[in-house]
Design a protein around this ligand. Structure first.
Ligand code: GTP
Length: 334
């Protein structure tokens, strides 16, 4: 089974982290998001993955020099310009010569979904396309799906105004497609699969959907990226995904207090620092006696600094004794 994984977005909501690392290459529980995602695809029978790349392909090629990831063979389809989700799927599928039923996944979604079961459902319904759905409390920021009891999609509504959504089941970013879906995507321009193609398929009664309550998280925002990491070390996911918070190569000084925190290889913490609910990425440093709460750190936090609810990019130096709360540093909107 072949798959197209979309990894060519700009990752603007995860800035400043994505200034230095493309979103799917950011680690969750010490392993890049893309590797965890492909591992789950491979468990479900995917053997070949085409990465739909646009923005900055080099870090992916450097990370997987053998051309394999989690046991799957990789093909790199690099768009000449960003084509949006639908255009990217068309480009990647044509580039790699896909001509039979295939899987598509958004490169920032982590889930324990059983891919083989999704494919089986797709085949049992003779669907043209099948979407994985997940329940959320507020569906207004997502693609909302209204389907009948057999799973035939009646309506697909991308980001409905608050209070108007017909269900709380949303597009969870993993699909099974027949090759005919590619023919429906216009060439030579940006096409959103969610806004243009899914409504078209729903109108033709060829779009199906399956809700599951498997673990599911969209890692595309800082608080959710943080949560995805903490879920792995606090064992809220399937056992195969569990990881220890502290990597073997992390350097940790005397008397450091750590609770629910991921410390990467190549991160260092000086004596007496107190860190909770946080992710310290490779190259980060926390100085002596500093306090870090609910933050993601790529840069350096000075001694005795107090940092809470912050995202600190690479090359940033927080001064000794400084206080920062609820900030992104540097501020991506500045
Ligand atoms: P934001 O900028 O924070 O919205 O993130 P994003 O750029 O990743 O966009 P979004 O999360 O909406 O995209 C969903 C998926 O499609 C992600 O896996 C993106 O990498 C991918 N994606 C979005 N636009 C493109 C594109 O033009 N080309 C390719 N190849 N992938 C894309």
């Amino acid at each position: 089974m072949r798959a197209v994984v979309l990894v060519g977005g700009f990752g603007t909501r995860l800035r400043p982290l994505t200034y230095s690392v493309p979103k799917p290459m950011l680690p969750v529980g010490h392993v890049p998001i893309i590797e965890r995602l492909i591992d789950n695809l491979a468990r479900g029978g995917v053997t070949d993955v085409t990465l739909a790349l646009g923005f900055r392909p080099e870090p992916f090629m450097a990370a997987f020099p053998e051309g394999t990831c989690a046991g799957a063979r990789l093909t790199y389809a690099v768009e000449p310009e960003p084509l949006d989700t639908g255009g990217a799927i068309r480009f990647a599928a044509q580039y790699s010569g896909i001509d039979s039923t295939f899987v598509v996944a958004n490169g920032d979604v982590l889930t324990d979904l059983d891919i083989a079961a999704l494919v089986e459902f797709h085949r049992s319904r003779h669907a043209e396309a099948t979407l994985h759905l997940t329940p959320v409390e507020d569906p207004s920021a997502f693609g909302v799906v209204d389907s009948d009891e057999r799973g035939l999609v009646r309506r697909f509504i991308e980001k409905p105004p608050a209070g108007t959504a017909p269900s709380n089941l949303i597009n969870a970013g993993t699909y099974v497609f027949e090759p005919s879906v590619i023919d429906r995507i216009p060439g030579g321009r940006k096409v959103s699969i969610e806004r243009e193609i899914f409504p078209l398929l729903a109108a033709d009664h060829t779009l199906w959907a399956v809700p599951t309550d498997d673990y599911w998280i969209d890692t595309g925002q800082p608080d959710l990226y943080l949560k995805a990491n903490l879920d792995i070390i606090t064992r809220r996911r399937a056992e195969r995904s569990w990881a220890h918070g502290i990597a073997d190569g992390a350097v940790i000084g005397a008397g450091v207090a750590l609770s629910d925190t991921v410390v990467a290889n190549g991160a260092s913490i000086d004596a007496g620092a107190d860190i909770s609910d946080s992710v310290l990425l490779a190259g980060s440093h926390v100085g002596a006696g500093a306090h870090v709460r609910h933050s993601v750190v790529m840069g350096r936090v000075g001694a005795r600094a107090m940092v809470s609810n912050c995202v600190i990019g690479a090359d940033v130096v927080i001064a000794d004794g400084a206080r920062h709360a609820d900030e992104r540093i540097p501020d991506p909107s500045a």
